[in-house]
Structure formats: structure tokens, C-alpha cells
Design a binder for this molecule. Structure first.
Ligand code: EPS
Length: 364
């Protein structure tokens, strides 16, 4: 049994949904902790006015009783407050009455860098909105809620996961990052950046070299690449390792089996090695510009300018939270595979027995 996550929900539809399977029974969840992560994801200097509209509070529809997981599918729901402005345009059923609110006119001017063109082509949509609504990064809210559950499970075996911003628009200190965001906003442009996630307390032995698909580094890379706008992922010293000699690229092993350095980012041969897991993700500038890029009108074939929708100037601060959730989810999944556990006690006991077995201290 592993952890699995299925999500659904359009950006301006009624709600976002997440169904989590494989969460052990007996795990206590705190509503405030999940909502706090949802709030962290919404905050950020570069975000749009949409974030003031959304409250993002988790509702639990199944799998939880009196705050404790039942070991059954856990169903989470986050409502889109903005949906009330799109009730006609994003109605699931043929809408009643005259068109009103937003989303009543088809979108035919795809934005370069978004899913608009490829999505319309792939799925045969005449209205690009049918592609962009799901491709929107709004759905990362459901992934953050799932990540909060994963973090609660990881805490039980002493693992903590934290994401932070390293760069926005090339700037690396807070003041410069804000200034870069202000400048881009004034120029009606957008920015990208780099985030880092560090997981402490990860035991050696998560993931496996046995198969390509079981490698923890490959799984973490896929988890991060799967987030909207991420174009690069690095584990440990990543690309810089390619420019070093072996003598300066690896982490020598101490008698107690720890390392004096962590250039590998806590993963060797696709297996965690007991050092902190360190991953970074690079985000491209957001594709919705207030000063639109060149495009084509799909209805007429004429050159045009891409759709202008309200958008964020940058969402790098949000990515730090989303990437944290993605890493937590993948580590929790790998831990669940290694330690099993229908009941939380079994999961925790298996982790303890494993650590005792690999304890490097000589046995009396
Ligand atoms: C997004 C466009 C904006 C963002 C949205 C992602 O939405 P809107 O056009 O409704 O203002 O605010 O992100 C969120 C709503 C969110 O909660 O993260 C996009 O096109 O990806």
C-alpha cells in the first residue's frame, strides 16, 4: 500500500477536490495547520487581487472522524469563492437565464507559455477557457492541503519539510526581490525565480536503486516538475556538480556514517542517505502578462495579442509552499512504502525497528 492522490477542480469552478488514499488510521490532523499552509500559499508580494477574494479553508468530506484519520479515503474540498462571479460562465450544467458575470465569451487568443494553445489542440476545444481553467495554478491549493496531511504523517517519524524562496527575478535579498517585483508590475510584466525545499530527519533507505521509477531523486524531480511553471529541478549541488572533480563532488563517510558535507542533497543512487534532502526548483515567469505577447486568434487565424486576465506578477513565494507540499507528499509516500502501516502505530513502530537495526553503534 502506498499513498495516492487524485485532484480535480477548475480555477473558477465551484471547488477544488483532493482524494488521498493510503493515509494510515489514527493520524490526528489539525484543521488550523492545513488552513495555515493554504494561507501561506496565498500570501506573497507578487500575488494578484484574486488572493484577497479567496479564503481557502479546507472542508473534510470523508476519511476523518473527530480529527483522526480512519484509514479510509480522505476527501478534502476547498471552495473557490470567486466562482460566484463565474456562476453562469463556469456552470457545470447548461446555464439557465441570460449570460452574466465572467467567462461568458469564448477565449480564442492563446497565451504563449500557458496550456492554452496545446490544450485547445489536444482536446479539441474551441474555447481556450476549457483548457486554461484546469491548467491554472489555482489547483495547487489542493496539493498544499494534501501536503499538509503528508507533513502530519512525517512528523510522526521525526521528519520536517520546509520550503523557502532563494531568488525572484534574479534578486536574492528581500528588498531587491520586492523592488524587482515592483518594477515588473510597473512594466506590466512578470517574473520567475528559484525555491529550495529542505527535509530534515529523513532516514536512510527511502526510495530504491532497483528500478528507474523507484529512485527517490527521480520521484522528487517529477513531483516538482509537475508543478505549474517549473522548468528546472536540482538535487543537492545539481548542475554545479558537473563542473567539479570527483574529489570535490562527493560526501565522505564518517565512522558514525554521517557526512561532513551534503553535495548529494541527501540522495545517492536514488536512495536517501540520512542527510537532509535538499531540492531546488526554477520557475519561469508567469505567462499571463498585462502587456500581452503576440499570438493568433484561433477563430479567425489573424495575428493578435494574447488573452489578458488578472494575474500575479510573480508567484515564487507561493511556489515555495507548493514545492514544500510536493516534497512532503513524495517523502511520505516513500516512507509509507518502506514502513507500511494500516495503523499509525505500525508505521511508527516499523520506523523505530528499522532505525535500531541500522544503528552503527557496536552491539554489546
Ligand atoms: C492563475 C491566474 C490567476 C491567479 C491564479 C492562477 O487567477 P485569476 O485569473 O482568477 O486571478 O490568481 O492563482 C490562484 C487563484 C491561486 O489560488 O493560486 C493562472 O492562470 O494560473
Amino acid at each position: 500500500m502506498s499513498l495516492d492522490l487524485v485532484t480535480a477542480g477548475e480555477s473558477h469552478g465551484p471547488a477544488l477536490v483532493a482524494i488521498l488514499t493510503g493515509v494510515p488510521a489514527g493520524l490526528r490532523l489539525e484543521r488550523a495547520a492545513i488552513d495555515a499552509d493554504l494561507a501561506r500559499r496565498r500570501e506573497g508580494y507578487g500575488r494578484s487581487p484574486r488572493q484577497k477574494l479567496e479564503a481557502d479553508e479546507v472542508e473534510v468530506l470523508a476519511g476523518l472522524r473527530h480529527g483522526v484519520t480512519l484509514g479510509t479515503p480522505l476527501a478534502l474540498l476547498i471552495r473557490n469563492r470567486d466562482h460566484e462571479n463565474w456562476a453562469w460562465g463556469m456552470s457545470a450544467w447548461p446555464p439557465a437565464g441570460e449570460p452574466s458575470g465572467k467567462g461568458t465569451q469564448p477565449v480564442t487568443l492563446p497565451r504563449p507559455g500557458h496550456a492554452d494553445l496545446a490544450g485547445a489542440q489536444k482536446y479539441g476545444h474551441d474555447d481556450v477557457r476549457n483548457a486554461l481553467e484546469r491548467a491554472s495554478a489555482r489547483q495547487t491549493a489542493s496539493q498544499v492541503a494534501a501536503g499538509a496531511v503528508a507533513k502530519a504523517l512525517l512528523v510522526e517519524i521525526g521528519v520536517s519539510v520546509e520550503g523557502r524562496v532563494l531568488e525572484i527575478g534574479g534578486a536574492t535579498d528581500d528588498e531587491a526581490m520586492q523592488a524587482a517585483t515592483d518594477e515588473a508590475r510597473a512594466d506590466r510584466d512578470t517574473l520567475g525565480g528559484v525555491v529550495e525545499v529542505v527535509a530534515n530527519g529523513v532516514p536512510p533507505g527511502l526510495g530504491s536503486y532497483a528500478e528507474k521509477r523507484t529512485r527517490l531523486d527521480g520521484r522528487l524531480a517529477a513531483a516538482l516538475m509537475g508543478i505549474q511553471a517549473v522548468k528546472g529541478v536540482e538535487i543537492g549541488d545539481g548542475f554545479a556538480l558537473a563542473r567539479r572533480r570527483g574529489s570535490g563532488a562527493h560526501d565522505e563517510i564518517e565512522p558514525d556514517r554521517t557526512r561532513g558535507s551534503n553535495r548529494a542533497g541527501g540522495v545517492e543512487a536514488g536512495v536517501s542517505n540520512g542527510e537532509p534532502v535538499v531540492v531546488r526548483a526554477a520557475m519561469k515567469p508567469l505567462p499571463t502578462l498585462m502587456r500581452p505577447l503576440g499570438s493568433v486568434d484561433l477563430a479567425t487565424g489573424e495575428p493578435g495579442q494574447a488573452l489578458v486576465e488578472r494575474s500575479d506578477v510573480q508567484a515564487v513565494e507561493a511556489l515555495a509552499v507548493v514545492a514544500e507540499a510536493a516534497v512532503a507528499w513524495e517523502l511520505a509516500r516513500a516512507a509509507r512504502e518502506k514502513f507500511g502501516g494500516d495503523a499509525l502505530q505500525d508505521f511508527v513502530a516499523a520506523h523505530g525497528a528499522y532505525l535500531a537495526r541500522i544503528d552503527p553503534q557496536p552491539k554489546p
